[in-house]
Design a protein. Structure first.
Length: 337
């Protein structure tokens, strides 16, 4: 089992992240079942955390563990811990892997998604936009965390570039190895709250998990070094897990993502590129590509200087990718599935 001693002490459902949203889903005939939260998911087994502490779930025959993810709430039979039902998620972090017909689940019921990037060659606005589209679509609040700020003369340059990517976006800088790292993130990590970390390998995600969880030496997530020639890190986290945060709340660690395809993220892109999406209904043509059509409100904004042409080019690339990689919702005869 993962995390600190907090996971091994009796907990309340509220401390685990339970809320009225989940309680309202429980049917009267399920009153005898016990709500538990999934802590780890493996190919043939899953573990969870209950009010009494960590448990191993008994899985019904033919259970597909790929249908579950860390942070999920499920109902189980008391005593046997036999899994009976998955509750609807309040938020879910998922991405579609190349060649896969179904999205890969990375975490559920997340309140805040920390997008971690470092102030070096890893900092890339185009990649950050991909993470933001993913976060927006998940339903979690995105927060960009800047690490390795001590390596640059002025961290404000990175802050301003990151903050300009989305309206109302919060950007913070943190030193994962500093004694006050957990305190710097405390505003998002209150009791019953759940945060998750995503970002490239080597930017300090596992170190931040260790700082938040206040883990013992035997529980620490392995951390890796940065390759000097390209400022990129080695993969250290290889699976997802739920950790108790020392001061309350929970954190989900996720593996580094070498490739991040945008799919199933139409609303996430609308939020990310709000200055573009809010103008599209003003275009003369409903199917305007915002490239060369007459009466295009988006191109007019570019000429007026209110929309960055490079930003528009990145939107166009992600929009086309999302349409190409999102499965058609229509069946073979054009009927909606």
């Amino acid at each position: 089992m993962t995390g600190s001693d907090q996971e091994h002490r009796p907990l309340t459902l509220a401390a685990l992240g339970w809320s009225d949203f989940f309680a309202a889903q429980c049917e009267p005939d399920e009153a005898g079942l016990v709500p538990v939260r999934i802590a780890t998911v493996h190919r043939a087994r899953m573990s969870a955390i209950s009010e009494a502490g960590p448990i191993r779930l008994e899985l019904p025959v033919h259970t597909n563990t790929g249908d579950y993810t860390v942070g999920d709430w499920v109902l189980v039979e008391p005593g046997t811990h036999l899994l009976r039902r998955l509750l609807q998620r309040r938020s879910v972090l998922a991405r579609r892997v190349e060649g896969s017909k179904t999205p890969q689940l990375a975490g559920a019921n997340i309140d805040t998604l920390f997008i971690v990037t470092s102030c070096n060659a890893d900092f890339n606005v185009a990649r950050l936009e991909r993470y933001l589209a993913l976060a927006n679509e998940s339903g979690a609040e995105p927060v960009i965390l800047l690490t390795k700020a001590d390596l640059v003369p002025d961290v404000r340059v990175y802050r301003e570039q990151a903050a300009a990517l989305q309206r109302g976006l919060t950007v913070a800088s943190v030193n994962p190895r500093a004694p006050d790292a957990a305190e710097a993130l405390a505003a998002w990590c209150g009791a019953g709250r759940t945060v998750a970390l995503v970002g490239s390998s080597g930017v300090g995600k596992s170190t931040l998990v260790n700082a938040l969880a206040d883990a013992s030496e035997t529980e620490l997530q392995q951390t890796g070094d940065i390759r000097a020639h390209d400022a990129k890190g080695r993969h250290t986290t290889t699976s997802r897990s739920l950790h108790a945060i020392a001061g309350g709340g929970w954190v989900i660690d996720t593996p580094g993502m070498r490739t991040l395809h945008v799919s199933d993220a139409a609303s996430g892109l609308e939020t990310l590129f709000a200055e573009i999406s809010e103008l599209t209904h003003l275009c003369r043509f409903r199917d305007c590509s915002h490239e060369h059509e007459p009466g295009c409100a988006v191109q007019a904004a570019v000429k007026q200087g209110t929309i960055d042409p490079e930003r528009l080019a990145r939107w166009r690339k992600l929009d086309l990718e999302n349409k190409a990689k999102t499965p058609d919702a229509r069946g073979p005869k054009g009927k909606r599935r």
